[in-house]
Design a protein around this ligand. Structure first.
Ligand code: NIG
Ligand code: FE
Length: 432
């Protein structure tokens, strides 16, 4: 893994790509638009100072170029795609919950475990205890693995502190990792992720505490761009979620919601009402909520790894796309409901169980993932002006990603024009 060092701004050319899967576009793709990947066969692209400056057929791109100024990558027999955007994760945490996973296999539900004081709250205890340096070391390992799967931009949430000190510690850790690791990190404040022990039965009081004591400093310190909430029966109600999110908006944060994940509470409709950038999970979203989301341009971020791990029904991706929604896919990587950074797993679940085509899945993990975190003008496609974030597969087509079930097809990862991971090079080996 060549992931160390500061972020570069390389000059690099990729030539002879069997498929240059550009996913061209600067906005979220809705409904049928999700099927068009804008592929160039025998494609090439140029990256200068970390930014894409030209794309096209190899012959025309290379016609009047002095190759000696560039690192040249020959992609003969390989598909080339934009770096993946994992737009929903909880990757900074202390401790693990392997025991809890076994309980769930024996039939205990995620919400039962949470109601008994386990689940998120047990990760909160371990994260409060963990030193900043420990969280940085753990975060780096996890980012390395994400990078090996081709992820070049990731969203990360706080939410394992539920108090001022630890929520800010998690956000600061992500900021420091962003400054040093090749993967770009976009931060979300999720202080309302669970009800801490000392506020049980006083959820209102906890929301008030977040609004009065925590949010103002998160905003002042520019520690997060987004505010999220676990809007769920037995956690935070629609009214409590609304209060928190309206306050976050007044501080200039954009909004996200863990919506209708375990029950149909109406988080989808709340996301539409508040103009959230995304509504996430949506396993139990109503028909009318989905139709409204399509009209309002709220990105539907679906997390099939979580449904798989919790043995819950998958979100209705096919219906959402047919209604004209912009669907994004993400891992939801976290120590409880989905302990996996695996992008190949997400591709396979989305195509085999959720009725998404391989093309729609690629769109959902690139340009639509970018749109879910406000980065659609910067990453998520191979367009001139965007960051030179690129993955090369060991196979000639994107179709191999869902087909090679659960196995990593990514061979080389390029971030801002620099090769940051290369599976078949000595010293560039990836952990999976
Ligand atoms: O997206 N639902 C709430 N949050 C996470 C799970 C976090 C955890 O279990 O630690 C989710 O599923
Ligand atoms: Fe989540």
């Amino acid at each position: 893994m060549m992931s160390d060092g500061l972020k570069g701004q390389g000059n690099l050319i990729i030539k002879n790509a069997a498929e240059l899967v550009t996913c061209s576009g600067f906005a979220a793709k809705h409904g049928k638009e999700m099927s068009d990947l804008h592929i160039l066969y025998d494609g090439a692209l140029i990256i200068e100072n970390g930014i894409i400056t030209k794309t096209g057929k190899t012959e025309e791109v290379l016609s009047d170029i002095d190759l000696s100024h560039y690192e040249v990558v020959d992609a003969t027999g390989k598909a080339v795609l934009p770096g993946f955007v994992d737009s929903h994760t909880h990757f900074v945490f202390g401790g693990y919950r392997a025991e809890e996973f076994s309980w769930r296999l024996q039939g205990m539900s995620y919400m039962d475990i949470m109601a008994r004081g386990g689940g998120i709250v047990s990760t909160v205890e371990a994260t409060r205890k963990a030193a900043k340096e420990e969280l940085i070391a753990l975060g780096k390992k996890r980012l390395d693995r994400m990078l090996s799967f081709g992820v070049t931009t990731v969203e990360g949430k706080s939410g394992y502190g539920l108090d001022y000190t630890t929520e800010l510690k998690q956000l600061v850790v992500m900021g420091e990792l962003d400054a040093t690791h090749p993967v770009d990190i976009v931060r979300t404040f999720l202080g309302a992720h669970a009800v801490p022990q000392d506020y049980r039965g006083n959820e209102e009081g906890f929301i008030e505490y977040l609004i009065q004591e925590v949010l103002p400093d998160v905003a002042k310190g520019k520690l997060a761009e987004f505010c999220d909430v676990f809007c769920e029966k037995g956690v935070f109600s629609i009214d409590q979620s609304r209060r928190l999110l309206e306050s976050a908006r007044s501080f200039g944060l954009q909004l996200k919601i863990h919506a209708d994940e375990m029950t149909q509470l109406g988080g989808t409709e709340l996301a539409v009402e508040l103009g959230a950038i995304s509504a996430d999970h949506l396993l139990y979203a109503s028909d009318s909520g989905i139709q409204k989301m399509a009209g309002a341009g709220v990105v539907a971020t679906l997390l099939p790894g979580t449904a798989f791990s919790l043995k819950e029904p998958y979100a209705r991706a096919r219906f959402m796309i047919d209604c004209g929604c912009a669907v994004a896919l993400a891992t939801d990587f976290n120590p409880g409901s989905c302990f996996s950074e695996s992008i190949p797993l997400i591709f396979s679940l989305a195509t085999i169980y959720m009725g998404m085509s391989p093309e729609e899945a690629v769109t959902a993990l690139t340009i639509n993932g970018a749109a879910a975190i406000g980065r659609e003008k910067k990453v998520g496609s191979l367009d001139v002006g965007k960051s030179g974030d690129v993955v090369l597969l060991e196979f000639p087509s994107y179709r191999y990603i869902p087909y090679h079930i659960g196995v990593n097809c990514v061979e080389t990862v390029i971030k801002k024009g620099q090769i940051v991971a290369d599976r078949f090079k000595e010293g560039g080996g990836m952990p999976c």
